[in-house]
Ligand binder design. Structure first.
Ligand SMILES: CC(C)(COP(=O)(O)OP(=O)(O)OC[C@H]1O[C@@H](n2cnc3c(N)ncnc32)[C@H](O)[C@@H]1OP(=O)(O)O)[C@@H](O)C(=O)NCCC(=O)NCCS
Length: 201
């Protein structure tokens, strides 16, 4: 379900990695960078996915998204002493998190946003959402929207604190165990009306 104003326009959001906001070093904490996800990254991404969700995306979900040329960005950080690096990457950097989105007419639909469990509650999700909002707005999108499991209170708090508002409920949208389904809360953020920060966490 999309906000009604979306249907009145025909601007299609385009995806080019070069347009993505540059991540900035965050002081003495950790150097970070956004990089587009490629098929070669899917094994490490899926390992983080499996560690973060009870119902994770499969490798095929990620590969299908890449095949469809959906925006898919990883947030990579330099390794710091004491980091638990799992899974290991060939370049020695840490996969802090990632997101996958789907551009549409005047809107961008967030399909997946995940922060590796060892790096949660440090502001990385908020940072990735800000980057996604900046990129989406620069492409002319007016709305960000997403679905979230009703029971996923950390994610719902994240989105609410970011200015997203609930605009609907999809009954039984998600599988939940073998024979059960869970409702999805549909949320949207008006990119035209909302202020977007450009600083790190
Ligand atoms: C939801 C998720 C992406 C949040 O990532 P994160 O980097 O830890 O979030 P941030 O540190 O940027 O937190 C921003 C705000 O979100 C809310 N939040 C995040 N995690 C929370 C938690 N466990 N409990 C309550 N609120 C939480 C808080 O309001 C927080 O602000 P605060 O730290 O100032 O209180 C992360 O927990 C995750 O990857 N979970 C598994 C995957 C998932 O559910 N993805 C969303 C699918 S719709």
């Amino acid at each position: 379900m999309a906000p009604s104003s979306q249907a009145e326009s025909s601007h299609v959001v385009r995806w080019q990695a070069a347009d993505w906001p540059h991540a900035v070093p965050t002081g003495a904490e950790r150097r970070i960078a956004f990089e587009p996800m490629t098929a070669a990254d899917v094994d490490t991404v899926q390992a983080v996915e499996a560690s973060a969700y009870a119902h994770p995306w499969s490798r095929k979900h990620f590969l299908d998204s890449l095949q469809s040329d959906h925006p898919a960005m990883m947030l990579l950080g330099e390794a710091l002493p004491g980091d638990v690096i799992h899974p290991e990457r060939a370049d020695g950097r840490v996969l802090l998190g990632y997101l996958v989105a789907m551009p549409g007419v005047d809107e961008v639909h967030l399909l997946n946003i995940t922060v590796a469990p060892a790096h949660q509650r440090m502001g990385w999700a908020r940072f990735m959402l800000d980057a996604l909002a900046l990129w989406s707005r620069a492409q002319g999108a007016q709305w960000l929207w997403l679905e979230v499991r009703q029971s996923n209170l950390p994610a719902r708090r994240l989105y609410e604190s970011h200015g997203f508002a609930q605009v609907g409920l999809r009954k039984g949208y998600y599988p939940n165990g073998k024979f059960q389904r869970e409702d999805a809360v549909v949320m949207s953020l008006n990119l035209v009306a909302s202020p977007i920060k450009e600083k790190g966490p």
